[in-house]
Ligand binder design. Structure first.
Ligand code: SF4
Ligand code: SF4
Length: 251
């Protein structure tokens, strides 16, 4: 079902306590149109009974001021201010478990719609996206530059103060313990396992070609610059290795 040309966009209400809207109408429309224009939008939203089954089964709704029913209603009724407001905080509570999608009698995927809203928040460089993603910058650096999401050397006692007595596990001689693992690719502490250079570059190229790096540049320029430097170096190393092999074949 296409919603193009069949708008249910609500009348602009504005901020009830101020004559100055937080965001102009044109910008609110641009944000919504970016969400709606995604090829997945019509696949994830077919209508909404407002039944609340999604919220009743949503784990995040049990712990946060968050309701997938509310998010879907905002999108279905094209409530531009409400959509923008939800993108300031609420959409980041979703655990992306898709229990809601399995239960919705309308075949909607509230989790999928929230993913579109998150991607749009990143595209527009919203502060909420920057705030949410900042604590994950170390993980993103590790993931993109090594192909590993986490590594033993990221387990720093300063970061796990709430572990209590279990902190002794963090203080263990990880380098020695890792060497004792029979699998050679696990003998590192900088990575959880060794990803070879070619695979690492291929992963980087996928992130580059699919727009992940563009999104990263929008929300964290410094991290983007560091990652580009690291990967340029890796690509040079790979090219050097390829050149060496070709020279050896000619000899
Ligand atoms: S999204 Fe589906 S489950 Fe949730 S309120 Fe609407 S119709 Fe009900
Ligand atoms: S995908 Fe998100 S909204 Fe849906 S049930 Fe899981 S946490 Fe809730």
């Amino acid at each position: 079902m296409s919603h193009a040309g069949d708008s249910r966009i609500q009348e602009f209400i504005g901020d009830p306590v101020s004559d100055n809207p937080i965001l102009g109408r044109a910008k609110l429309e641009e944000i919504f149109q970016d969400i709606q224009a995604d090829i997945r939008f019509d696949h994830e939203l077919h209508g909404c009974l407002n039944c609340g089954i999604c919220t009743a089964t949503c784990p995040a709704a049990h712990y946060y001021d968050f309701s997938p029913r509310e998010i879907v209603q905002l999108l279905w009724t094209e409530n531009l201010e409400g959509i923008h407001d939800a993108m300031q905080e609420k959409i980041w509570a979703c655990a992306q478990c898709y229990t809601c999608a399995a239960r919705c009698p309308f075949g909607n995927s509230p989790g999928g719609l929230i993913m579109l809203m998150r991607e749009t928040a990143i595209k527009h460089g919203m502060q909420s996206a920057k705030d949410v993603l900042r604590p994950f910058s170390r993980v993103m650096l590790k993931l993109i530059s090594t192909g590993n999401q986490l590594a033993p050397d990221m387990i720093n006692p300063d970061h796990f103060a709430d572990w209590g007595p279990n902190l002794t596990k963090v203080k263990a001689p990880l380098k020695i313990l890792r060497k004792a693992i029979p699998v050679p690719t696990l003998h590192t502490t900088e990575t959880a396992w060794q990803v070879n250079l070619k695979t690492s570059i291929e992963l980087y190229t996928i992130w580059e070609m699919t727009g992940v790096l563009d999104q990263l540049e929008t929300i964290d320029q410094n991290l983007f610059d560091v990652i580009v430097d690291i990967m340029d170096e890796k690509r040079d190393d790979w090219q050097d290795w390829v050149d060496e092999q070709e020279d050896a074949d000619e000899d």
